[in-house]
Unconditional design. Structure first.
Length: 310
């Protein structure tokens, strides 16, 4: 499929976002001992400040959302931001971070399946075949080079919840972005996620006596800074910029590259070493995504094709 200039820029934005998302798996693996909920509240609070400063620099006017638009923002903040941030840290503590990264590669198929259900359209054979390939790839990634299974019910469940959060970013974020623009929607969602997390941390602390926050170590601070600035602020602006240019469906395809990006980030940072099985599983996931989404009816426009520039 040939892209015009607008679509090529959207593809570049999505690719940049995917590389940073891959790094988030490695960063989350360094926060297992840090107060989780309070740390995530600080992450999204700093991200809100960064976004407000960026909006001021660009002289951006933040549109006041309608009740319906605010509902989408609330769902995005609760599931794709606050919920995902907590779940990702738990998932990487329950199973190998590489396994979590591979599981996230199923997001494009989930997004398309949900869209098919909402449109009351029957999924294609290619989509079903691609889903089976993705499932096989995820299973292969769970095995170590010693042919022992690195699998647990808890790890699988938390990885699935992390996958749900990734899907929510596109499914809930697209309507808000279309109505308000990427900067406005992201800023409101980050602010709301920070408030949700801070209140939750305070309530949990009052009940259990656990600290809301503590002074982070150097490694923990660098991980939080990367998550706040790189993965939250920059990724959401890049991702929703891509959604505006490509539409939610085609932008979601780039989630298929998350397994490879996360395994590369884990290897570069020394957080973990990617095994041959994990690499093979990631490739199978990528093949499954490509196979499941490669065919459309001739003459039909791609889903979510963006409108012409105004």
């Amino acid at each position: 499929m040939m892209f015009d200039a607008r679509e090529r820029s959207g593809a570049a934005l999505a690719l940049g976002a995917v590389c940073l998302i891959g790094g988030s798996v490695a960063a989350a693996g360094r926060l297992h001992d840090f107060p989780l909920i309070g740390g995530q509240a600080v992450r999204y609070g700093f991200a809100t400040v960064f976004l407000l400063v960026w909006g001021r620099i660009r002289r951006h006017t933040f549109i006041r959302p309608s009740p319906a638009q605010m509902a989408w923002i609330f769902l995005l903040a609760a599931t794709g931001m606050a919920g995902y941030g907590i779940v990702l840290v738990y998932a990487t503590s329950m199973t190998s971070p590489g396994n979590v990264g591979v599981a996230l590669g199923a997001a494009p198929l989930i997004i398309v399946l949900v869209q098919s259900l909402l449109a009351r359209a029957r999924p294609s054979r290619n989509l079903i075949g691609g889903a089976l390939c993705v499932a096989c790839g995820s299973a292969v990634a769970q095995m170590s080079t010693g042919s022992t299974v690195q699998w647990s019910v808890q790890g699988f469940m938390w990885s699935c919840l992390a996958l749900t959060g990734v899907c929510a970013v596109t499914l809930f974020g697209a309507p808000a972005t279309k109505a308000l623009g990427s900067l406005t929607a992201t800023t409101y969602a980050c602010a709301l996620a920070s408030v949700m997390l801070f209140l939750t941390a305070v309530i949990k602390g009052s009940v259990t006596g656990t600290p809301v926050l503590r002074r982070p170590s150097g490694t923990e601070f660098s991980a939080l800074a990367f998550l706040a600035l790189g993965v939250t602020t920059v990724v959401y602006l890049l991702w929703y910029g891509a959604v505006e240019r490509l539409g939610a469906g085609r932008t979601g395809l780039f989630n298929g590259l998350v397994p490879l990006a996360s395994l590369l980030a884990l290897s570069v940072t020394g957080t973990a070493t990617a095994s041959l099985n994990q690499i093979g599983g990631a490739v199978l996931v990528l093949i499954g995504v490509a196979f499941g989404l490669r065919v459309r009816k001739r003459g039909a426009p791609p889903p979510g094709r963006p409108r012409q520039s105004r």
